[in-house]
Design a binder for this molecule. Structure first.
Ligand code: ATP
Ligand code: MG
Length: 470
C-alpha cells in the first residue's frame, strides 16, 4: 500500500539519494528515520537503501568506506557520513543471532520482509514522496503497537535480540506489543541465552535510558527475560521487603530505578543496589529481620554482573562505588562532600545523592529536605574552590622531603595524603604555616605502622633453616 508522506531529509542525505536516483538506481529511506519522522520525533540516524550493489555505490561517490561490504553497507562520506545499504534478503538464521549469509536483492519488498517490526519496515521513496508500507506499519504506529513482521515466533527464533528491541521500543515510544507478538516473545524468552553480552548490554542501557525504565524492566520480567539476562536477581521477586508500597525486593529495586533521574548508569546502580539482600538476610534476637552489610554484598554482585555484560571499567567502578555508598539517608555533611569530591567527582556526588533519595522515595518516603540542603552544600563547597587533591595543597613532596630530610619513598605520599585528609575535614586550613607542624607527627605515624607490619611479618614467617657452613 502506498501513501503520500513528506519527510524533511537533511541536505547531505538528500544529496546521496539524488545521486543514486540520477544514475538510475532506487534510493529510499527506511527504518528508524521513517518511523521517527512519522511520529514527529528527531531520528537518530538516516538509513538509505538502494538496489545499487556496493561496487556501484562506491563508483558514484568520491569518498566511501565499505563498512560491511559482505552485508552490502557502504558509508558515503559527504560532510556527514551516510550509510547506504543494498536491498538484501537474509539466508537462514542458524544460531538465533544472525543470518548465515545475505543475498543482495533488487526488491525493496524483500528487504522490508526481513525487518523486525512493522513500524520499522516502512520505506519512503523521496521521488514519489510515498511510503512503501507492505505490513501496514503506519496503522500500527498510529495505534502505538509493536508487531513482528510475519510470524512472530519465527522472527524471534531467527534473532533473539528482537525480544530486547521490542521491549526497548515499547518503553522508548510508550507502545504496547501486539498480543501475538507478546505471546511469541514469552515463549522465545529462553533464546536470550544465545545473545552476546555486549548486545544485551546495549539494549539494557537503552531501556534504562528510556522515559519509562520501570515499565521496561517489568516487561522484561513478565516476558521471562529479566532473570535470564541478570540471574543474580533470581529470588528477588519472592523476598518480602516489608515496605507498604513494595511487597518484594524486586518491587523495591524497580521502583528505585523509576525514581532516579534520567541517567542509565545511576539507574543500573538502583536496579542492583540491594541485590545483596538475597544473601545477607538475618534475624536479630528480638526477631527483627536485618540485612547486615548488604551494600557490600550488592556492590560485589553488581561488579560481577557488569563485568559479565562487558561494561567498561569506568562504568563498573562507578556503579559499584555508588552502590557501596547508597546506605545513609539523612543529612550529608560538608566533610562528606569534600571527601567524595576528592575521591570521585562532582557528577558522582550528585549521583550518590540521587540514588539515596530515590531509595528513600521508593521506600515510601516523601521528598526529603536533606537532599536540597546537601545540594546547596555541594554548590558552596564547589564555589569555595578549596583543596580537593594533593596537587591543590600548599605543600608538595619536595617540602616534605626537605623537612624530614628523607629521600623519595612511600613516607612522602603517606604524609601528603594525611595532610590532605586534615584539609578535607576542615580541621586544618590549607596554608604552609598550618600544615608544617603536622608533618613530623604524620611521619612518626608512618614509621609506627611500618614497624608494626615488620613485626607481624617476622612472627608470621618461620625462621630460615640454618645454613650449613661446613
Ligand atoms: P534506533 O536507531 O532508534 O535504535 P532503528 O529502528 O533505526 O532505531 P537500528 O538498529 O538503527 O534501529 O536499525 C535500523 C533498522 O534495521 C530497523 O529499523 C529495522 O528495520 C532493521 N533492524 C535492525 N535490527 C534488526 C534486527 N535485529 N532484526 C531485524 N531488523 C532489524
Ligand atoms: Mg537507527
Amino acid at each position: 500500500m502506498d501513501r503520500r508522506f513528506r519527510i524533511s531529509t537533511p541536505a547531505h542525505v538528500a544529496h546521496v539519494m539524488g545521486v543514486l536516483h540520477a544514475n538510475g538506481f532506487q534510493a529510499l529511506l527506511v527504518g528508524g528515520c521513517v518511523r521517527d519522522s512519522i511520529l514527529g520525533r528527531q531520528p537518530n540516524d538516516w538509513d538509505v537503501i538502494t538496489d545499487a550493489v556496493p561496487d556501484q555505490i562506491q563508483s558514484l561517490f568520491d569518498k566511501t568506506v565499505a563498512v560491511g561490504a559482505a552485508f552490502g553497507t557502504v558509508v558515503v562520506c559527504t560532510p556527514e557520513p551516510v550509510e547506504v545499504t543494498t536491498f538484501r534478503r537474509d539466508a537462514d538464521y542458524l544460531d538465533k543471532r544472525r543470518p548465515s549469509g545475505v543475498f543482495f536483492s533488487s526488491s525493496v519488498h524483500e528487504d522490508l520482509a526481513r525487518r523486525d517490526f512493522t513500524m520499522n519496515a516502512i520505506a519512503w521513496d523521496f521521488v514519489s514522496e510515498r511510503l512503501i508500507d507492505p505490513y501496514d506499519g503506519l496503522s500500527d504506529l498510529r495505534k502505538g503497537i509493536i508487531r513482528a513482521v510475519g510470524d512472530p515466533r519465527a522472527r524471534f527464533n531467527e534473532d533473539a535480540l528482537r525480544l530486547l528491541r521490542a521491549v526497548r521500543f515499547a518503553c522508548e515510544l510508550d507502545f504496547d506489543l501486539a498480543n501475538e507478538t507478546w505471546e511469541a516473545a514469552e515463549s522465545a524468552a529462553h533464546l536470550v541465552e544465545y545473545l552476546s553480552n555486549e548486545r544485551i548490554r546495549d539494549e539494557l542501557i537503552r531501556i534504562l535510558a528510556s522515559p519509562d525504565p520501570g515499565r521496561g524492566l517489568w516487561m522484561l520480567y513478565e516476558l521471562g527475560i529479566l532473570m535470564r539476562v541478570i540471574p543474580e536477581l533470581r529470588g528477588s521477586d519472592r523476598l518480602p521487603q516489608g515496605k507498604p508500597n513494595a511487597p518484594t525486593l524486586l518491587d523495591h529495586l524497580i521502583q528505585t530505578v523509576a525514581m532516579c533521574p534520567d541517567d542509565p548508569l545511576l539507574r543500573l546502580a538502583a536496579l542492583l543496589h540491594d541485590v545483596g539482600k538475597l544473601h545477607t538476610r538475618d534475624m536479630t534476637e528480638t526477631g527483627q529481620v536485618i540485612f547486615h552489610r548488604h551494600e557490600v554484598e550488592s556492590a560485589r554482585i553488581a561488579e560481577e554482573v557488569l563485568r559479565r555484560l562487558r561494561f567498561d571499567t569506568r562504568s563498573v567502578e562507578r556503579v559499584v562505588s555508588l552502590i557501596r555508598h547508597h546506605m545513609a539517608h539523612g543529612p550529608v555533611t560538608r566533610k562528606n562532600i569534600r571527601r567524595w569530591l576528592s575521591a570521585y567527582d562532582e557528577q558522582w556526588v550528585r549521583q550518590v545523592m540521587a540514588l539515596r533519595h530515590a531509595d528513600h522515595l521508593a521506600s515510601g518516603g516523601s521528598h526529603a529536605p536533606w537532599l536540597d540542603l546537601a545540594l546547596t552544600k555541594l554548590e558552596t563547597v564547589l564555589s569555595e574552590g578549596g583543596a580537593l587533591h594533593l596537587k591543590d595543597l600548599c605543600l608538595n613532596g619536595d617540602d616534605v622531603m626537605r623537612i624530614l630530610n628523607t629521600p623519595p619513598g612511600p613516607i612522602v605520599g603517606y604524609v601528603l595524603k594525611g595532610l590532605l585528609q586534615l584539609v578535607l575535614d576542615d580541621s586544618v586550613p590549607n596554608t604552609r604555616e598550618a600544615l608544617l607542624p603536622h608533618i613530623p607527627r604524620l611521619a612518626a605515624e608512618f614509621s609506627r605502622i611500618e614497624q608494626g607490619r615488620a613485626d607481624s611479618h617476622a612472627q608470621a614467617t618461620p625462621p630460615k633453616p640454618r645454613q650449613n657452613d661446613d
